[in-house]
Design a protein around this ligand. Structure first.
Ligand code: SF4
Length: 332
């Protein structure tokens, strides 16, 4: 049995249920780094090149936390998770493509890195051979990997179904993996409904965004995110655009935001954007123009390692006050 380390960052927020189930079904122990803390961020900043975006810096901090605790670190080369053709070609951003190399070059004392290339552009059938390759590195045979892969796909499907019911990933993972815990039901109503869009690692990591979702919760805001929308809905938006953004997570944020902008029940959109992110500079501008065109209140929050909670809180409170003003104006 091997101890496989999974950093609690980047793709973790959408794919952890799959990989945790896969490794555990093969009989290995999964060790996840703790949720982001100040010391993880500081360590990441120390280890990473200066001009990297904050999610990449944080990822390095999580890897540093796992070194010495695990036999392997799972850091796949994420290229594509869906078939090309229907929506043009689409990949993860270049930082994801080079992530295993970055980690290897940064940490010379790191344990072996499982850096299997995940590229499903020919279709989901490729997943089985990817899983076989990962299993081989851990000493598992093809039969075991196939069974583990099938189980992991079933769990991933249940995870997506929970997200589509309006749950955030952390809550959905608790339901999947800690059924003994009492999980409170999602909030049914709020004073306003706000769609928070952005990269999963920017909107679901409370440290990176200084607790934005909690702040909204305290303001009696019901939060929607693009990951609560089915692929069918996101694909419908994709078909309406003349071309895609090329980057997978950017596309999801754009399609989700465009969908929410058309909905009367959504009172406003918040885009959480990472400072120093190339793709995001285009996404943010596009969303801002679309929101203005459709008359939907829009707030862009840029995050980096210096983002202060008070600054974000002030902007969120001002945004909510503006929503109240609009509501009162149009209702009276
Ligand atoms: S998409 Fe942007 S924020 Fe995400 S890893 Fe790439 S550069 Fe960083």
């Amino acid at each position: 049995m091997a101890r496989v380390g999974i950093p609690h960052a980047l793709a973790y927020f959408l794919y952890h249920p799959f990989w945790k189930t896969f490794f555990e079904s093969l009989g290995h122990e999964v060790i996840t780094s703790t949720p982001t803390t100040r010391s993880i961020l500081d360590r990441g900043v120390e280890e990473t090149v200066n001009d990297a975006c904050i999610p990449i810096k944080i990822y390095h901090g999580h890897v540093a936390e796992l070194i010495g605790e695990t036999d392997f670190i799972f850091c796949p080369r994420l290229v594509s998770v869906r078939r090309h053709g229907d929506f043009g070609s689409e990949t993860f951003c270049p930082k994801f493509l080079g992530l295993p190399d970055l980690i290897r070059l940064t940490f010379d004392q790191a344990p072996p890195i499982i850096d299997t290339r995940i590229d499903l552009k020919q279709g989901k059938d490729q997943l089985e051979s990817i899983c076989r390759e990962v299993g081989e590195q851990l000493g598992n045979d093809a039969q075991q990997s196939k069974a583990a892969c099938e189980k992991a796909q079933r769990v991933h499907k249940r995870f997506l179904a929970l997200l589509e019911k309006g749950m955030l990933p952390a809550r959905a993972m608790e339901i999947l993996f800690s059924p003994e815990k009492t999980v409170s039901p999602p909030d049914q109503k709020g004073e306003f409904n706000i769609a928070v869009v952005g990269y999963p690692y920017a909107i679901y990591d409370p440290y990176i965004n200084v607790g934005l979702l909690n702040m909204l919760n305290k303001e009696q805001i019901k939060v929607y995110t693009q990951d609560m929308l089915s692929d069918k809905i996101l694909n419908r938006e994709a078909r309406e655009l003349p071309k895609s953004m090329f980057w997978y997570f950017s596309n999801r944020a754009v399609y989700g935001a465009l969908h929410f902008m058309k909905k009367d029940y959504i009172d406003g959109i918040i885009h959480v954007t990472a400072f120093a992110c190339g793709p995001d500079s285009m996404v943010d501008r596009l969303l801002e123009i679309e929101a203005r065109r459709r008359g939907k209140p829009y707030l862009s929050i840029s995050i980096d390692e210096h983002t202060a909670e008070s600054g974000v809180r002030t902007r969120v409170e001002a945004f909510v006050d503006m929503l109240r003003y609009r509501r009162d104006k149009y209702e009276n």
